[in-house]
Design a protein around this ligand. Structure first.
Ligand code: ADP
Ligand code: ASP
Ligand code: MG
Length: 417
């Protein structure tokens, strides 16, 4: 079996859904299709949750706009602006009803119940279009198959339960193409969870690992993994083959073409990952596999925006790398803050993290009893692999460097944005 994943950057309108169907039809293999929310729906739903939790009356209008966007797409694919059985309208109406009965204090839990709907609507539309196009497909409710804990917005997979449920689903749907939602899962007691922003790539890897897929193909709005984000730098070149190790380093550093959690489940079962062009489906893309021999010939540039550099100095002047280190990172984990770079000296530690103001405020409040907490917001994390003098000059020239970290392969800078 093969797992295909289509993201919102590709599937954002009726033409995108038609293209998806052509790609699926041309494959001729047994496929599981994983789809993200259409276009920027996830961002729009995040704003709905923010509005709901802050009591902003604009919430309902935001939902009406999201509904219109989906109805317009449905309208240009089907003969009405709805799915058979009025599925789209009933789903939007029950979301509004549910929100009216939902409090405003449990942000992360509410977030997952609301934001996950983007993937439900996209897969309903995609599946209906596949059926109309003569493809024997079936819609799978991923919330009942990808089983997780209840760490909302960053849920952990329960591999045993998911294995049992997913294998049964595949067995029952033999001969059909399964259409599943990326990014979302469910707890054993029926709450919806999400796996972290951009998590649909990871969903594809989880499914591939469990069903022992032959390969995963993620279809993107770029020709493959490039040596830099083409939206950032001109004249980038495609990497034809890279190792799992290279891919995980790039994605962890911020190359958002692949979600960093995607690589491990594939590496563990030696399943190749192909990143390829949604708009040019016959071109080869980038093959990511255990191939360790491939030597990079060009510098690789990665940028992670919206960072904050925290500097922590123990108030009692104890060594920061001593007994406290475990506790310190436990606090970051508990507040759901991922550490993107760490650098320590005897009595201070610098940690570069995504700038999520609410979480950071909570963390700061907790740390301030033991540490003096200094911070620099408005920062970017730049990573350069296989650097040389010219590439370093390229990314640092004219920038204010807050921190530098260098190894034989990589050099990383935290700079002012
Ligand atoms: P999807 O919605 O399909 O998951 P994303 O927008 O998450 O798509 O990822 C694709 C985007 O990743 C591209 O449009 C590109 O701007 C960005 N990107 C960042 N780094 C790279 C890179 N090294 N190579 C290719 N694309 C990259
Ligand atoms: N729709 C989700 C997001 O935008 C998941 C994904 O696209 O991978 O984060
Ligand atoms: Mg993505």
């Amino acid at each position: 079996m093969i797992v295909y994943k289509f993201g919102g950057a590709s599937v954002k309108d009726a033409a995108g859904i038609k293209n998806l169907a052509r790609i699926v039809a041309a494959s001729g293999d047994d496929i599981v299709v994983i789809v993200s929310a259409l276009g920027k729906t996830t961002n729009a739903l995040e704003n709905v949750v923010k509005a709901h939790c802050s009591g902003d009356a604009n919430r309902d209008q935001q939902l009406i706009d999201i509904r219109s966007y989906h109805e317009e797409i449905a309208n240009s694919l089907f003969s009405t602006n709805d799915l058979p059985g009025g599925l789209l309208s009933s789903s939007f109406e029950s979301l509004i009803d549910n929100l009216r009965n939902t409090g405003t204090d449990n942000y992360d839990q509410t977030y997952d119940q609301v934001v996950s709907m983007g993937e439900i609507w996209s897969t309903m539309i995609v599946n209906q279009w596949l059926i109309i196009s003569g493809i024997n497909s079936v819609w799978v409710d991923t919330r009942k198959v990808i089983i997780t804990d209840n760490r909302y917005r960053d849920a952990n997979i329960n591999w045993d339960e998911t294995g049992r449920k997913l294998k049964r689903e595949v067995e029952n749907s033999r001969g059909k193409i399964l259409v599943m939602q990326g990014f979302i899962g469910g707890t054993p007691d029926g709450m919806t969870t999400t796996l972290g922003r951009e998590g649909s790539d990871f969903s594809a890897a989880v499914v591939a690992n469990i069903i022992d897929a032959n390969r995963v193909e993620i279809w993107k709005d770029v020709p493959g993994v490039m040596n830099a984000d083409p939206a950032w730098m001109p004249n980038v070149s495609k990497l034809d083959r890279i190792s799992y190790k290279e891919a995980v380093e790039l994605s962890f550093s911020g190359a958002k073409v692949i979600h960093p959690k995607t690589i491990k489940p594939l590496h563990n079962k030696n399943i190749p990952l192909i990143v390829r062009s949604f708009f040019d489906p016959v071109s080869a893309g980038t093959i990511i596999s255990s191939n360790e021999q491939v030597e990079q010939v060009v510098p690789l540039y990665v940028k992670k925006e919206n960072q904050i550099l925290l500097s922590l100095v123990p108030k009692d002047f104890s060594f920061v790398i001593g007994d406290n280190l475990g506790n310190l990172f436990q606090q970051f984990y508990r507040h759901g803050i991922k550490t993107n770079l760490v650098q320590a000296s005897a009595v201070s530690i610098a940690v570069c993290v995504d700038n999520e103001p609410v979480r950071i405020e909570r963390l700061k409040g907790e740390l301030e009893s033991e540490y003096k907490v200094l911070y620099n917001d408005g920062a970017e994390l730049l990573t350069l692999r296989y650097y040389d003098r010219e590439s370093i000059e390229n990314i640092t020239s004219g920038r204010e460097i807050l921190l530098e970290q260098k190894t034989r392969r990589s050099i990383r800078y935290v700079v002012k944005s």
